[in-house]
Ligand binder design. Structure first.
Ligand SMILES: *[C@@H]1O[C@H](CO)[C@@H](O)[C@H](O)[C@H]1NC(C)=O
Length: 451
């Protein structure tokens, strides 16, 4: 029996723990970690767009650029614009949008580029900085509709935001529709030889907020984020049929300080996939499904010396609902001798509903009878408070590398139930890994096997 004093101490401790958790939830991940001295600082001198501003309310010092006001100007030539590949000035909507963007971009203050209700059909769209605008909000009341003709998209994207600072992409009812249906059919059943263009690619941007956007039916990824820093994605809806190939929701590479929250992703491939060089991510409050879950990887694929992969680290994934997905949480690396690392990763407070592979770390990704093993070292991975149902008997499947066994895997409170049709027990499997366990363990802890 605890004495009153002891229980007071326990209560105080409990409150402290709760408090520190709450602080984790309410403060921006990036800021919190910088305080700990681990972050390298975001944006190098850039001030992040404040989390408290909703960007819907037009501020008094903001100048509005309505794209349809540029329709007349778009009827005449654009002499001083050097069109890039795929930029096709025969489409009137494209010219109007680019002229309006140029004007907003050059405004020496806060600017807002408004797309009124309606449908805008364009081929390749490049929004390229640097801009003079101190803050630029793209506000989509209307829909952007992509081309079905692939020859109009010679780049890896349909829409591109590049080299921009302090930009907000705000959905106010508008949809970004990639019209990918025709392309998927050509890619099936074996995937595409080259990845088709994504709906939106973000390159070399700093301090961006992507909020309230609906993206549907991309030809491949919905969003591809590359070489960016301090990006915030929230209140998104990303939709494509479960059979559509390569339609990842958000794929990132070489990108730091990202928050993805309060979004629904229902798509044909990974809801979120973190490629090489994804560092300091907070992913929370996401509903994923259909789709292939939330993945780290795939890593260790491309061995060309000028493409050296960077590590994936500082990843927090929490409060996720996976609904009918192929995987829940996943780490995937190819069994190739390409060095890399994944470490400092937390998967917490996750609900699984009828998920085929709720927890899967696969270092022989996409390879049968591999003769080599992965040189990606996986360590310091924390999996906590995972509950729900598995569609297959092996609910926890850890297949690590023979040359670089996983280290520092810790499983705490795993409570999964098998609901598949064949009579079987729920199980776990570990190859080249010896996890540590705490709390509830359903399935029972695995028996490690080293190969
Ligand atoms: C990765 O991102 C950094 C920072 O944006 C950039 O300087 C570097 O060139 C990028 N590397 C690649 C391979 O894109």
């Amino acid at each position: 029996m605890a004495t009153p004093r002891r229980s007071l101490v326990a209560l105080t401790l409990f409150c402290l723990i709760i408090f520190s958790c709450l602080e984790d939830v309410t403060s921006a991940g990036a800021g919190r970690r910088s305080q700990r001295g681990r972050g390298k600082g975001r944006g190098r001198g850039q001030v992040a767009l404040p989390a408290t501003v909703n960007f819907v309310v037009v501020e008094p010092d903001e100048k509005i650029f309505n794209i349809v006001d540029f329709r007349k100007a778009a009827a005449s030539a654009m002499d001083d614009y050097e069109a890039g590949p795929g930029e096709d000035d025969s489409t009137p909507d494209w010219k109007m949008i680019i002229l309006a963007f140029k004007a907003a971009c050059q405004h020496p203050g806060k600017a807002r580029l408004v797309f009124p209700k309606g449908q805008y059909r364009t081929n390749t769209l490049h929004f390229m900085g640097p801009c003079r605008a101190t803050r630029l909000v793209f506000q989509l009341f209307g829909d952007l509709i992509g081309p079905t003709d692939m020859s109009m998209l010679p780049n890896p994207f349909w829409i591109n935001f590049a080299r921009l600072n302090n930009v907000v992409l705000l959905g106010s009812g508008g949809t970004i529709d990639g019209q990918g249906q025709g392309v998927w059919k050509n890619c099936l059943p074996n995937g595409c030889s080259a990845l088709p263009p994504c709906n939106v690619k973000f390159d070399y941007n700093n301090n961006m907020v992507i909020k309230g956007i609906r993206s549907i039916n991309p030809k491949a990824f919905h969003f591809h984020v590359h070489s960016c820093n301090n990006m915030r994605f929230e209140n998104l809806f990303l939709g494509a049929p479960d059979w559509s190939p390569n339609t990842d929701g958000i794929h990132t590479s070489n990108t730091t300080f990202v928050r993805i929250s309060h979004s629904t992703i229902a798509t044909g491939d990974d809801c979120i996939s973190l490629g090489h060089g994804s560092v300091e991510f907070d992913i929370s409050d996401i509903t994923c499904g259909p789709g292939h879950g939330i993945s780290i990887g795939s890593l260790g694929k491309d061995g060309r010396p000028n493409r050296r992969e960077k590590s994936v680290r500082g990843i927090r994934v929490k409060r996720i609902l996976f609904r009918g997905t192929d995987n829940g949480i996943r780490i995937k690396t190819y069994p190739k001798p390409i060095p890399n690392q994944v470490h400092d990763v937390y998967f917490e407070d996750i609900a699984m509903e009828n998920v085929k592979n709720p927890i899967i770390f696969d270092q022989e990704y996409s390879t049968k009878n591999a003769r080599t093993s992965s040189h990606v070292k996986i360590s310091d991975i924390h999996v906590r408070n995972i509950r729900g149902t598995s569609a297959r008997p092996i609910a926890v499947n850890v297949k690590c590398s023979k040359t670089f066994p996983c280290e520092g895997l810790d499983f705490f409170n795993i409570d999964l139930r098998y609901i598949g049709t064949k009579p079987a027990q729920i199980t776990s499997s570990c190859i080249n890994a010896r996890p540590s366990y705490g709390g509830i363990q359903r399935p029972a802890p695995c028996r490690p096997l080293y190969t």
